[in-house]
Structure formats: C-alpha cells, structure tokens
Design a protein around this ligand. Structure first.
Ligand SMILES: Nc1ncnc2c1ncn2[C@@H]1O[C@H](COP(=O)(O)OP(=O)(O)OP(=O)(O)O)[C@@H](O)[C@H]1O
Ligand SMILES: [Mg+2]
Length: 269
C-alpha cells in the first residue's frame, strides 16, 4: 500500500525540495509528507541522502530548491528567532550522539533544553539544576532504563547506555518530533533492537513524530511501519514496511555500474 498524500496534520512536508552541494544533488527535488505521529524509517546505501533529508527537516541545511515545512511552518524562510523556536520542538539524535563525555549524565540530559532558553540560563542550569528538573531527568532516565546512572560521568558509560542518555536528552527537550540519524551504529544487534523499540514505544506513548535513519533493514522492517528508501538522492520507494519484499530492498542496495568499477579498482590496489 502506498502512503496517503493527505490525512492527519503534517509534521513535515517537502515540496520539490532539493539539496545540492556544488554540482552534487545530495537530494534531488523531492515531495514528501510525514503526518504528525508517524514513525518513519529512512533506509538506503551510504551517500544516498538520508542525513541530508534529516538536515532539511530540522533546518540545519536549507533547500537549494523548493520548500520545507516543519510543525506547520515554512522553515526555509523563517527569521532566525522563529527558526530557533521551531527547532526547539524538534529533537535530533545525531549519528555520534553529540554527548559531552566529561559531563555527568544529568548534565547531558539537561542540555536538551538548550535553544529554548538564553545561553546564560542554560549554563546556569548545567551547574545548578532545580530540584524539579533533576526529578524530571531522573524520571526520564528511569523510562529509558538507566536511572542509576543519573550522576555517572558520561565517558564511563557503555555505547548502549550512551544511546539511552541521548534519548533522554531528546525527551527532556519536550519535542513534538524526534529525528534520529543512525543512532544504533555502534552496538550489538540486541541492544540496537532494544533502542529502536524504545524510540518507537516512546513516540507512540507521547504522540511524537519519529523519523529514524537505519542501515539495519531487519530492524527497520520490524519496528517502523513506513519506510522511505533513498538511492542516489532519489526516493526509490515510500511504502508500508510490510509491503516491502527482499527484491525491493535488493534493488535499493544494488551497486551501480560505476560503483562496481570502483570496487574492482579497489581490489587491484
Ligand atoms: N556538507 C557537504 N558538502 C558536500 N557534500 C556533502 C555534504 N554532506 C553530504 N554530502 C554529500 O551528499 C551525499 C549524501 O550524503 P548523506 O550524508 O546525506 O548520505 P547518507 O545517506 O546519510 O550516507 P550514510 O549512510 O553514509 O550516512 C553524499 O554524496 C555526500 O558525500
Ligand atoms: Mg548519514
């Protein structure tokens, strides 16, 4: 079944939005709608444009053509102040998580509210957190399964525990949407599955929109009801995951002629 073009309010919309870096089309002009509360997986080979698409959705890059709307506002033409306000409602979990290793876990979670407040206020929060905020962080850490790590130094956590800190930080931001860019790249399959399941559960229980890029197709298919497959900056498919068979996945990941030549060249070296 293909994904409906209308329905519940849109969390994100691309209208012919493209992104070029010099001569390279990282994303060709694309039209895409993600409804509020949708959980969507982005899959596709390296360099296919997954991170670029996520960056367009949170306005860390501007489209070089077309328009992008997030949470009901055109974000390609907002003042920097309004843009900050929209961004504060979109939590991003970057590929390498973006945690500060020398800070305590609670401090990394508290960083989630940067952008909502003036920098001086945030800095103060990182040094002296109110009792209420600390209780809130404790509760979030409990929800993500690492409440005992509240005061631990972040550098002393395992990869899986750090991912959970990043999720708690995203939730502390009180977002309407979470964008996660390959958040499970450095952990074993069981922990990867448990984190994707957690993100999915949290999105459903809080009514959040979730867009998550994943290299692991099994996980994507198991936990995300809708998958967008990208290939060379194009949408190759946009479907219910149950309708995507192995053949479609294979065609997404097939090497192009020039990539095969590069590979052969690599073997000769
Ligand atoms: N800042 C940039 N400047 C120039 N080219 C870029 C930039 N960011 C990305 N690209 C190029 O745009 C294309 C898409 O990159 P992108 O990071 O979106 O791919 P991806 O699907 O996230 O890949 P991966 O799975 O490896 O993370 C790639 O060819 C990449 O080299
Ligand atoms: Mg990427």
């Amino acid at each position: 079944m293909s994904v409906p073009a209308s329905g519940p309010e849109a969390a994100f919309e691309l209208h012919d939005a493209g992104c070029r870096y010099g001569k390279l089309d990282a994303l060709v002009p694309t039209t895409l709608r993600i409804a509020s509360g949708d959980c969507v997986g982005l899959v596709g080979p390296s360099g296919s444009g997954k991170t670029t698409l996520l960056r367009l959705l949170n306005a860390t890059v501007q489209p070089t053509s077309g328009s992008v709307s997030a949470l009901g506002q055109r974000i390609d033409s907002l003042s920097s102040r309004s843009l900050r306000a929209v961004r504060s409602r979109i939590a991003t979990i970057p590929q390498h998580l973006g945690l500060v290793p020398n800070l305590r876990v609670w401090q990394n979670v508290a960083i989630g509210r940067i952008g909502r407040r003036r920098f001086a206020g945030t800095l103060k929060d990182l040094l002296f957190l109110s009792k209420d905020s600390l209780a809130e962080i404790h509760e979030l850490l409990d929800r993500v399964g690492i409440e005992e790590k509240l005061f631990a130094r972040t550098s002393q956590l395992s990869g899986g525990q750090r991912q959970r800190v990043a999720v708690a930080r995203a939730l502390f931001q009180k977002p309407q949407a979470i964008l996660a860019d390959e958040p499970v790249s450095s952990v074993d399959p069981a922990r990867a599955a448990s984190l994707v399941a957690l993100l999915n559960d949290l999105a459903r229980e809080r009514g959040l929109t979730l867009v998550i890029s994943l290299h692991n197709l099994e996980l994507a298919r198991e936990f995300l009801p809708r998958l967008v497959g990208l290939r060379s900056g194009h949408i190759h498919f946009d479907q219910d995951s149950a309708a995507i068979d192995d053949k479609i996945f294979e065609s997404l990941y097939q090497l192009s002629g020039s990539e095969m030549l590069e590979d052969e060249g690599g073997e000769q070296r």
